[in-house]
Design a protein around this ligand. Structure first.
Ligand code: CP
Length: 318
């Protein structure tokens, strides 16, 4: 594997899932793989799980880890080409990416959607520029459109907890008062489209995700109908894609509680975290036997380790 920006960089999904499960069983088997190599973790946005799990995974592989909150710890980065840099951005990404590429063997980046300009967000400029100017493999720690390390952890979790060959997986929109990106929902759909599952997406009208992410999923606007017989219920809020970045409704009747989960086939509840209790999901679900949210978060370490291992092995073969 050269870069890890989306599922399109994955050669064999089953192998990658198995790689995560093997890393979980024996975390230090590849301790020498990253010896004398360095990964740089660049955060343009906040994080708990991604930051700690990726650092831990890298250390399990023997990598040195350097971490930076871009714009807080470093100079503000200019991304536009050909601009007169007389504003608040002191450094251009062309130099910054090239310099970081000299210090690091792998560069991992988190940079969320700004939710102002859809075309700009969906072009993923920061990731493309780091790929172009750093000369190093780039790993997506959540971009404007995708969160592939989360999606891989979700695949590992479903693989561990499924009781049927082809489970029904429902992605449901949850209410929120703030506009949030579509990245987790997009990515979850994209990865589930490559798994042997029956995928259903449910949300209020106006919240349809981009068709390239929905893929072969069935879209049902009636949440209760969508939840019937589900084996896994994946909750997430996202703002509108069509009316880009807007909150069209905060309908709290979309919250997941036990009455909703009773419609499922003894379904499990999943969420990438962080989650706002009793607004998006009721305490009774998060504290009860249905919740897989901690298992998902724990699997972030193994998804990161599986991906970093494939990149390091790829570098050995170059
Ligand atoms: N799920 C997830 O990416 O969590 P953080 O935002 O805390 O990294």
């Amino acid at each position: 594997m050269k870069n890890f920006l989306s599922i399109h960089d994955v050669e064999d999904l089953n192998n990658l899932i198995t790689g995560g499960i093997i890393a979980k069983r024996n975390p230090f088997a590849d301790q020498l793989l990253g010896k004398n190599k360095t990964i740089g973790l660049l955060f343009f946005n906040s994080s708990l799980r991604t930051r700690l799990s990726t650092q831990k995974a890298a250390q399990n592989l023997g990598l040195n880890v350097m971490m930076m909150n871009v714009g807080q710890d470093s100079w503000g980065l200019e991304l536009e080409e050909g601009v007169v840099m007389n504003g608040d951005k002191a450094e251009h990404v062309k130099e910054a990416a090239a310099v970081i590429g000299r210090y690091c063997d792998i560069i991992a980046i988190r940079s969320f959607a700004e939710l102002k300009d859809r075309e700009k967000d969906y072009a993923e400029h920061i990731f493309q520029q780091f790929k172009k100017y750093s000369g190093r493999p780039v790993v997506n720690l959540e971009s404007a459109t995708r969160h592939p390390l989360q999606s891989l952890a979700d695949c590992i979790t479903i693989e561990e907890f499924r009781t049927k060959q082809r489970p029904k997986v429902v992605l449901t929109w949850l209410p929120h008062f703030k506009p949030l990106p579509q990245a987790v929902a997009n990515s979850f759909c994209e990865w589930m489209n490559h798994m042997d599952v029956e995928l259903v997406v449910t949300h209020p009208e106006g919240y349809d995700l981009a068709p390239e992410f929905v893929g072969k999923a069935q879209v049902i606007y009636d949440q209760k109908k969508a939840l019937e017989g589900a084996d896994f219920v994946y909750g997430k809020n996202w703002s509108s894609y069509q009316h880009y970045g807007q909150v069209l409704t905060q309908d709290y009747s979309w919250m997941i509680d036990e009455a909703k989960m009773a419609l499922t086939d003894n379904g499990k509840f999943m969420h990438c975290l962080p989650v706002r209790r009793n607004m998006k999901v009721a305490d009774e679900i998060l504290d009860g036997h249905r919740s897989l949210v901690i298992d998902q978060a724990a699997n972030r370490e193994w998804s990161a380790q599986a991906v970093l291992k494939e990149i390091l092995v790829g570098q050995l073969e170059e």
